[in-house]
Design a binder for this molecule. Structure first.
Ligand SMILES: Nc1nc2c(ncn2[C@@H]2O[C@H](COP(=O)(O)OP(=O)(O)OP(=O)(O)O)[C@@H](O)[C@H]2O)c(=O)[nH]1
Ligand SMILES: [Mg+2]
Length: 302
């Protein structure tokens, strides 16, 4: 039997639905999702199997005009994901069409890919537009670039996803599978746990605050009764931010902690005791160690 295997990078503007698509392809929540932009910060791999092919999907941070060091490191990580992949899928939101951000990505695509790679277009969130609008956008995008293939999908509702997966499977090179067949992700557990907490923080905090914090799993202690104690630190840069995260009588952090613990316990199928600590660290956005913990390269932020 000939098997196939390779990497498929999902790229696009922030909020395009890349992580939602990765999770759907894998059939499990491997990458966090929120309604806010710039949720994903590093490359996250998720593995799907389609017939004889093992498809390693690479979720990437959204590509946007970076301002801070962290932004630059994220965007570099995203383009790096594209450059290393066998196939690249560009996600564009159906209801937003060809935005300035999409234009910028199209303009930079050749520089960050090679002629041997196939680049497909996936117009996502088709559940939000009518057919006429969808056809208009499809035409406009295909006039700008000669994509290997165009797919119209709803990552959230699952429409069109099957066709995309089948096509990707046959585009991958022949070769042995890259991961054991029961493996769906390769992110260390402590990092998945930190990401789950960061998702809950992002969902519970307003405006800029989610962009000013990072979460790290400090300690992971297995207990005899099969449960685990997980200690995490939320780094913020200002006292005021700490106060907001704690909330009145600690209510906000309690809510966040509960939501994170529940999801983590469900993900692992066992009891988790989660302890969150908020630390003010004014300069964390300029510390190499923080980037390493996020799965980013500090130098990429230069
Ligand atoms: N209506 C609709 N919403 C979707 C669809 N796919 C994703 N979304 C929503 O779009 C929002 C962003 O989804 P994400 O998967 O986090 O987007 P992303 O591209 O990973 O975003 P970043 O990590 O910030 O770059 C979430 O609220 C999703 O629920 C879709 O097909 N239809
Ligand atoms: Mg994402």
């Amino acid at each position: 039997m000939t098997t196939r295997a390779g990497f498929v990078a999902l790229i696009g503007e922030p909020n395009a639905g890349k992580s939602t698509l990765l999770n759907r392809m894998v059939g499990a929540k491997v990458s966090i999702v929120t309604h806010k932009v710039q949720t994903t910060r590093a490359r996250i791999r998720g593995v799907a199997i389609e017939g004889d092919a093992q498809i390693v999907f690479v979720d990437t941070p959204g590509i946007f005009k970076p301002k801070r060091r962290l932004d630059r490191a994220m965007v570099t990580a995203a383009w790096g994901g594209a450059a290393d992949a066998d196939v690249v899928v560009l996600l564009v939101e159906a209801h937003r069409g060809v935005t300035e951000g999409v234009e910028a990505i199209l303009a930079a695509l050749d520089e960050h890919s090679n002629p041997k790679q196939k680049i497909a277009l996936a117009i996502n969130k088709i559940d939000m537009v009518d057919v006429e609008k969808l056809l208009g956008i499809t035409k406009e995008l295909n006039e700008r670039r000669d994509f290997a293939e165009t797919f119209m999908i709803s990552a959230e509702k699952g429409r069109g996803v099957e066709d995309l997966r089948k096509w990707l499977a046959k585009e991958l090179p022949e070769g042995p599978w890259l991961y054991p067949e029961d493996q769906i992700a390769d992110l260390p557990m402590r990092m998945i746990a930190a990401e789950i907490t960061r998702e809950k923080l992002t969902l519970n905090l307003h405006q800029e605050l989610p962009y000013q914090l990072t979460v790290e799993t400090e300690k992971w202690e297995e207990r005899d009764d099969g449960s685990a104690r997980v200690d995490q630190i939320v780094y913020v840069s200002r006292d005021g931010h700490k106060g907001i995260i704690l909330g009145k009588r600690g209510e906000t952090i309690k809510r966040i902690s509960r939501a994170s613990r529940e999801e983590l316990s469900e993900f692992l199928g066992r009891k988790i005791h989660l302890f969150l600590q908020v630390k003010v660290r004014p300069n964390w956005l300029e510390e190499a160690e923080r980037y390493g913990e996020m799965g980013l390269d500090f130098k990429d932020g230069n």
